[in-house]
Design a protein around this ligand. Sequence first.
Ligand SMILES: Nc1nc2c(ncn2[C@@H]2O[C@H](COP(=O)(O)OP(=O)(O)OP(=O)(O)O)[C@@H](O)[C@H]2O)c(=O)[nH]1
Ligand SMILES: [Mg+2]
Length: 301
Amino acid sequence: MSQDSTPDTQRRSGMVALVGRPNVGKSTLVNALVGEKVSIVTPKPQTTRHRIIGVLTEGETQIALVDTPGMHSQQKTALNRVMNETAVASLAGIDVVLFMVEAGQWRDEDAAALARLARLPCPVGLIVNKTDRFKDKTELLPFMEKASTQRAFDFVVPLSAQRRDNLPALMHELTSRMPDGPYLFPEDEYTDRNMRFLAAEAVREKLTLFLQQELPYSVAIEIESFESGPEQLEIHACIWVARDNHKSIVIGKGGAMLKKIGRAARLDLVHRLDHRVDLRLWVKVRDNWIDSEAAVRELGH
Ligand SMILES: Nc1nc2c(ncn2[C@@H]2O[C@H](COP(=O)(O)OP(=O)(O)OP(=O)(O)O)[C@@H](O)[C@H]2O)c(=O)[nH]1
Ligand SMILES: [Mg+2]
Protein backbone atom coordinates (compact mmCIF):
# COMPACT_ATOMS: atom_id res chain seq x y z
CA MET A 1 0.00 0.00 0.00
CA SER A 2 1.24 3.51 -0.81
CA GLN A 3 1.50 6.46 1.54
CA ASP A 4 -2.02 7.76 0.95
CA SER A 5 -5.13 5.76 1.73
CA THR A 6 -5.67 4.27 -1.73
CA PRO A 7 -4.74 0.59 -1.79
CA ASP A 8 -2.48 -0.40 -4.69
CA THR A 9 -5.08 -2.97 -5.68
CA GLN A 10 -7.39 -0.16 -6.89
CA ARG A 11 -4.70 1.52 -8.93
CA ARG A 12 -3.71 1.21 -12.54
CA SER A 13 -0.30 1.92 -13.91
CA GLY A 14 1.44 1.32 -17.21
CA MET A 15 3.94 2.36 -19.83
CA VAL A 16 2.97 4.03 -23.12
CA ALA A 17 5.61 4.59 -25.82
CA LEU A 18 5.40 7.25 -28.53
CA VAL A 19 7.06 6.30 -31.77
CA GLY A 20 7.13 7.59 -35.32
CA ARG A 21 9.41 9.32 -37.78
CA PRO A 22 11.19 12.51 -36.69
CA ASN A 23 9.29 15.80 -36.34
CA VAL A 24 5.72 14.45 -36.18
CA GLY A 25 5.22 15.92 -32.68
CA LYS A 26 5.93 13.08 -30.23
CA SER A 27 7.70 15.24 -27.66
CA THR A 28 5.06 17.97 -27.97
CA LEU A 29 2.39 15.41 -27.08
CA VAL A 30 4.31 14.07 -24.08
CA ASN A 31 4.70 17.63 -22.77
CA ALA A 32 1.03 18.45 -23.44
CA LEU A 33 -0.22 15.35 -21.60
CA VAL A 34 2.12 15.75 -18.63
CA GLY A 35 1.63 19.52 -18.46
CA GLU A 36 5.37 20.12 -17.98
CA LYS A 37 8.27 20.51 -20.35
CA VAL A 38 9.68 17.01 -20.13
CA SER A 39 11.24 16.81 -23.56
CA ILE A 40 12.71 19.50 -25.80
CA VAL A 41 10.86 20.52 -28.97
CA THR A 42 12.19 22.25 -32.08
CA PRO A 43 11.00 22.62 -35.69
CA LYS A 44 13.98 20.48 -36.79
CA PRO A 45 13.83 16.69 -37.19
CA GLN A 46 15.90 14.44 -34.91
CA THR A 47 15.55 16.69 -31.89
CA THR A 48 15.02 13.93 -29.31
CA ARG A 49 18.07 11.70 -28.82
CA HIS A 50 17.17 9.80 -25.65
CA ARG A 51 14.41 7.72 -24.16
CA ILE A 52 12.73 10.17 -21.80
CA ILE A 53 9.79 9.33 -19.56
CA GLY A 54 7.08 11.82 -18.69
CA VAL A 55 4.83 10.73 -15.81
CA LEU A 56 1.14 11.56 -15.64
CA THR A 57 -0.76 10.66 -12.48
CA GLU A 58 -4.49 11.36 -12.54
CA GLY A 59 -7.33 9.88 -10.52
CA GLU A 60 -6.16 6.38 -9.64
CA THR A 61 -4.15 5.91 -12.84
CA GLN A 62 -0.51 6.56 -13.59
CA ILE A 63 0.72 6.60 -17.16
CA ALA A 64 4.45 6.65 -17.89
CA LEU A 65 4.82 8.21 -21.35
CA VAL A 66 8.01 7.14 -23.07
CA ASP A 67 9.28 9.68 -25.60
CA THR A 68 11.67 8.21 -28.17
CA PRO A 69 14.01 9.52 -30.86
CA GLY A 70 12.23 9.72 -34.23
CA MET A 71 12.87 6.59 -36.30
CA HIS A 72 14.68 7.60 -39.44
CA SER A 73 16.05 5.88 -42.51
CA GLN A 74 19.30 7.80 -42.42
CA GLN A 75 21.99 5.57 -40.89
CA LYS A 76 25.02 7.61 -41.89
CA THR A 77 26.60 8.22 -38.51
CA ALA A 78 27.06 6.23 -35.30
CA LEU A 79 24.78 8.79 -33.62
CA ASN A 80 21.99 8.07 -36.18
CA ARG A 81 22.29 4.34 -35.52
CA VAL A 82 22.31 4.70 -31.73
CA MET A 83 19.18 6.91 -31.91
CA ASN A 84 17.31 4.30 -33.95
CA GLU A 85 18.40 1.54 -31.57
CA THR A 86 17.19 3.63 -28.63
CA ALA A 87 13.77 4.01 -30.26
CA VAL A 88 13.38 0.28 -30.87
CA ALA A 89 14.81 -0.77 -27.48
CA SER A 90 12.30 1.57 -25.79
CA LEU A 91 9.49 -0.78 -26.82
CA ALA A 92 10.43 -3.53 -24.35
CA GLY A 93 7.94 -3.86 -21.50
CA ILE A 94 5.49 -1.36 -22.98
CA ASP A 95 1.72 -1.71 -22.42
CA VAL A 96 0.51 0.47 -25.30
CA VAL A 97 2.38 1.90 -28.30
CA LEU A 98 1.26 5.13 -29.93
CA PHE A 99 2.36 5.37 -33.55
CA MET A 100 2.27 9.02 -34.57
CA VAL A 101 1.95 10.56 -38.01
CA GLU A 102 1.36 14.09 -39.23
CA ALA A 103 -2.11 14.90 -40.59
CA GLY A 104 -2.09 14.80 -44.38
CA GLN A 105 1.40 13.31 -44.72
CA TRP A 106 2.22 9.67 -45.26
CA ARG A 107 5.88 9.35 -46.21
CA ASP A 108 8.19 6.40 -46.85
CA GLU A 109 9.76 7.09 -43.48
CA ASP A 110 6.34 6.62 -41.80
CA ALA A 111 5.95 3.26 -43.53
CA ALA A 112 9.48 2.23 -42.49
CA ALA A 113 8.83 3.20 -38.87
CA LEU A 114 5.53 1.30 -38.86
CA ALA A 115 7.25 -1.79 -40.29
CA ARG A 116 9.51 -1.85 -37.25
CA LEU A 117 6.40 -2.37 -35.08
CA ALA A 118 5.24 -5.43 -37.03
CA ARG A 119 5.71 -8.04 -34.30
CA LEU A 120 4.74 -6.04 -31.22
CA PRO A 121 2.57 -8.02 -28.80
CA CYS A 122 0.89 -4.97 -27.21
CA PRO A 123 -1.96 -2.78 -28.52
CA VAL A 124 -0.88 -0.14 -31.04
CA GLY A 125 -2.89 3.06 -31.49
CA LEU A 126 -2.58 5.48 -34.39
CA ILE A 127 -2.24 9.16 -33.50
CA VAL A 128 -2.83 11.62 -36.31
CA ASN A 129 -1.26 14.82 -35.00
CA LYS A 130 -1.32 18.45 -36.21
CA THR A 131 -5.02 18.37 -37.15
CA ASP A 132 -5.02 22.15 -36.55
CA ARG A 133 -3.46 22.46 -40.01
CA PHE A 134 -6.84 21.51 -41.48
CA LYS A 135 -9.49 24.16 -40.97
CA ASP A 136 -12.10 21.99 -42.58
CA LYS A 137 -11.81 18.66 -40.77
CA THR A 138 -13.70 16.78 -43.48
CA GLU A 139 -10.66 17.31 -45.72
CA LEU A 140 -8.76 15.07 -43.31
CA LEU A 141 -11.05 12.08 -43.82
CA PRO A 142 -9.34 10.53 -46.89
CA PHE A 143 -5.99 10.70 -45.07
CA MET A 144 -7.47 9.19 -41.90
CA GLU A 145 -8.88 6.37 -44.00
CA LYS A 146 -5.55 5.73 -45.71
CA ALA A 147 -3.40 5.92 -42.56
CA SER A 148 -5.70 3.80 -40.42
CA THR A 149 -5.66 0.90 -42.88
CA GLN A 150 -1.85 0.57 -42.88
CA ARG A 151 -2.17 -1.82 -39.95
CA ALA A 152 -4.94 -3.28 -37.78
CA PHE A 153 -4.64 -0.44 -35.23
CA ASP A 154 -6.39 -0.95 -31.90
CA PHE A 155 -7.63 2.64 -31.91
CA VAL A 156 -7.21 5.85 -33.90
CA VAL A 157 -7.17 9.36 -32.41
CA PRO A 158 -6.78 12.56 -34.45
CA LEU A 159 -5.52 15.44 -32.31
CA SER A 160 -3.45 18.57 -32.12
CA ALA A 161 -0.73 18.24 -29.47
CA GLN A 162 0.19 21.89 -29.87
CA ARG A 163 -3.37 23.18 -29.39
CA ARG A 164 -4.19 20.42 -26.87
CA ASP A 165 -7.10 19.50 -29.03
CA ASN A 166 -8.84 16.11 -28.47
CA LEU A 167 -6.41 14.99 -25.75
CA PRO A 168 -9.28 13.66 -23.56
CA ALA A 169 -10.15 11.15 -26.30
CA LEU A 170 -6.60 9.81 -26.17
CA MET A 171 -6.61 9.74 -22.37
CA HIS A 172 -9.79 7.69 -22.49
CA GLU A 173 -8.17 5.11 -24.80
CA LEU A 174 -5.03 4.92 -22.64
CA THR A 175 -6.62 4.82 -19.20
CA SER A 176 -8.85 1.87 -20.07
CA ARG A 177 -5.79 -0.10 -21.26
CA MET A 178 -3.57 0.41 -18.21
CA PRO A 179 -3.07 -2.77 -16.18
CA ASP A 180 -4.02 -2.94 -12.49
CA GLY A 181 -1.06 -2.43 -10.19
CA PRO A 182 0.90 -0.03 -8.02
CA TYR A 183 2.37 3.19 -9.42
CA LEU A 184 5.73 2.83 -11.12
CA PHE A 185 6.88 6.34 -10.15
CA PRO A 186 6.33 8.56 -7.09
CA GLU A 187 3.18 10.65 -7.58
CA ASP A 188 4.98 13.99 -7.40
CA GLU A 189 7.54 13.15 -10.11
CA TYR A 190 6.90 14.14 -13.70
CA THR A 191 10.00 12.66 -15.31
CA ASP A 192 12.64 9.96 -14.79
CA ARG A 193 15.35 12.45 -15.76
CA ASN A 194 17.31 14.57 -13.28
CA MET A 195 18.04 18.29 -13.30
CA ARG A 196 21.47 17.76 -14.87
CA PHE A 197 19.83 16.15 -17.87
CA LEU A 198 17.18 18.89 -18.11
CA ALA A 199 19.97 21.50 -18.04
CA ALA A 200 21.92 19.80 -20.83
CA GLU A 201 18.77 19.48 -22.93
CA ALA A 202 17.86 23.16 -22.40
CA VAL A 203 21.25 24.13 -23.85
CA ARG A 204 20.83 21.72 -26.77
CA GLU A 205 17.34 23.05 -27.50
CA LYS A 206 18.56 26.65 -27.78
CA LEU A 207 21.53 25.59 -29.87
CA THR A 208 19.24 23.71 -32.22
CA LEU A 209 16.89 26.68 -32.48
CA PHE A 210 19.58 29.30 -33.10
CA LEU A 211 22.07 27.45 -35.29
CA GLN A 212 21.48 26.82 -38.95
CA GLN A 213 21.26 23.65 -40.97
CA GLU A 214 23.30 20.62 -40.05
CA LEU A 215 25.31 21.93 -37.14
CA PRO A 216 22.91 21.04 -34.29
CA TYR A 217 23.09 17.38 -35.33
CA SER A 218 26.76 17.19 -34.50
CA VAL A 219 26.65 18.86 -31.11
CA ALA A 220 26.52 17.17 -27.69
CA ILE A 221 26.22 18.78 -24.27
CA GLU A 222 28.06 17.52 -21.23
CA ILE A 223 27.37 18.94 -17.78
CA GLU A 224 30.78 19.28 -16.18
CA SER A 225 29.54 20.44 -12.81
CA PHE A 226 26.15 21.05 -11.23
CA GLU A 227 26.21 22.53 -7.76
CA SER A 228 23.44 23.80 -5.61
CA GLY A 229 24.72 26.81 -3.65
CA PRO A 230 22.76 28.81 -1.04
CA GLU A 231 21.74 31.42 -3.61
CA GLN A 232 21.67 29.64 -6.92
CA LEU A 233 22.46 26.61 -9.03
CA GLU A 234 25.95 26.76 -10.54
CA ILE A 235 25.99 24.88 -13.81
CA HIS A 236 29.04 24.43 -16.02
CA ALA A 237 28.32 22.87 -19.38
CA CYS A 238 30.59 21.87 -22.23
CA ILE A 239 29.31 22.02 -25.81
CA TRP A 240 31.14 19.34 -27.81
CA VAL A 241 31.41 20.00 -31.52
CA ALA A 242 32.78 17.68 -34.20
CA ARG A 243 35.03 20.09 -36.09
CA ASP A 244 37.24 23.13 -35.53
CA ASN A 245 35.19 25.44 -37.75
CA HIS A 246 32.02 24.48 -35.82
CA LYS A 247 33.57 25.91 -32.69
CA SER A 248 33.79 29.42 -34.11
CA ILE A 249 30.20 29.20 -35.39
CA VAL A 250 28.86 28.21 -31.96
CA ILE A 251 30.85 30.96 -30.25
CA GLY A 252 29.85 33.55 -32.86
CA LYS A 253 31.24 37.00 -33.49
CA GLY A 254 32.69 38.33 -30.26
CA GLY A 255 31.00 35.45 -28.42
CA ALA A 256 27.53 36.72 -29.36
CA MET A 257 26.03 33.35 -30.30
CA LEU A 258 27.27 31.57 -27.20
CA LYS A 259 25.87 34.41 -25.06
CA LYS A 260 22.51 34.18 -26.82
CA ILE A 261 22.34 30.41 -26.29
CA GLY A 262 23.41 30.72 -22.64
CA ARG A 263 20.91 33.48 -21.88
CA ALA A 264 17.96 31.64 -23.42
CA ALA A 265 18.85 28.32 -21.76
CA ARG A 266 19.34 30.02 -18.41
CA LEU A 267 15.93 31.74 -18.56
CA ASP A 268 14.32 28.42 -19.42
CA LEU A 269 15.97 26.71 -16.47
CA VAL A 270 15.10 29.50 -14.02
CA HIS A 271 11.48 29.09 -15.06
CA ARG A 272 11.47 25.30 -14.91
CA LEU A 273 13.56 24.72 -11.81
CA ASP A 274 12.19 27.75 -9.95
CA HIS A 275 15.69 28.64 -8.85
CA ARG A 276 18.34 31.23 -9.65
CA VAL A 277 20.80 29.79 -12.13
CA ASP A 278 24.36 30.67 -13.06
CA LEU A 279 25.07 28.87 -16.34
CA ARG A 280 28.59 28.87 -17.82
CA LEU A 281 29.23 27.42 -21.26
CA TRP A 282 32.42 26.20 -22.94
CA VAL A 283 32.91 24.93 -26.47
CA LYS A 284 35.33 22.07 -27.16
CA VAL A 285 36.19 20.08 -30.26
CA ARG A 286 36.20 16.30 -30.39
CA ASP A 287 36.97 15.35 -33.96
CA ASN A 288 34.04 13.64 -35.69
CA TRP A 289 32.57 12.35 -32.45
CA ILE A 290 29.25 11.50 -34.15
CA ASP A 291 31.04 8.82 -36.20
CA SER A 292 32.45 7.01 -33.22
CA GLU A 293 30.07 4.77 -31.33
CA ALA A 294 32.32 4.92 -28.25
CA ALA A 295 32.26 8.73 -28.27
CA VAL A 296 28.49 8.81 -28.91
CA ARG A 297 27.90 6.59 -25.86
CA GLU A 298 30.44 8.43 -23.75
CA LEU A 299 28.64 11.70 -24.46
CA GLY A 300 25.46 10.34 -22.90
CA HIS A 301 23.56 8.67 -25.73
N1 LIG B 1 0.85 22.83 -36.25
C1 LIG B 1 1.26 21.95 -35.34
N2 LIG B 1 2.57 21.79 -35.09
C2 LIG B 1 2.95 20.88 -34.16
C3 LIG B 1 2.01 20.11 -33.43
N3 LIG B 1 2.68 19.29 -32.59
C4 LIG B 1 3.99 19.55 -32.78
N4 LIG B 1 4.16 20.51 -33.72
C5 LIG B 1 5.44 21.09 -34.18
O1 LIG B 1 6.18 20.10 -34.89
C6 LIG B 1 7.59 20.29 -34.68
C7 LIG B 1 8.21 19.01 -34.17
O2 LIG B 1 7.71 18.72 -32.87
P1 LIG B 1 8.44 17.70 -31.88
O3 LIG B 1 7.53 17.49 -30.73
O4 LIG B 1 9.84 18.15 -31.60
O5 LIG B 1 8.48 16.40 -32.81
P2 LIG B 1 9.14 14.97 -32.50
O6 LIG B 1 8.27 13.94 -33.13
O7 LIG B 1 9.38 14.83 -31.04
O8 LIG B 1 10.52 15.08 -33.29
P3 LIG B 1 11.90 14.24 -33.05
O9 LIG B 1 12.28 14.41 -31.62
O10 LIG B 1 12.85 14.91 -33.96
O11 LIG B 1 11.61 12.83 -33.43
C8 LIG B 1 7.72 21.47 -33.71
O12 LIG B 1 7.95 22.64 -34.46
C9 LIG B 1 6.36 21.51 -33.04
O13 LIG B 1 6.02 22.79 -32.56
C10 LIG B 1 0.61 20.32 -33.69
O14 LIG B 1 -0.29 19.72 -33.11
N5 LIG B 1 0.31 21.23 -34.66
MG1 LIG C 1 11.10 14.58 -29.98
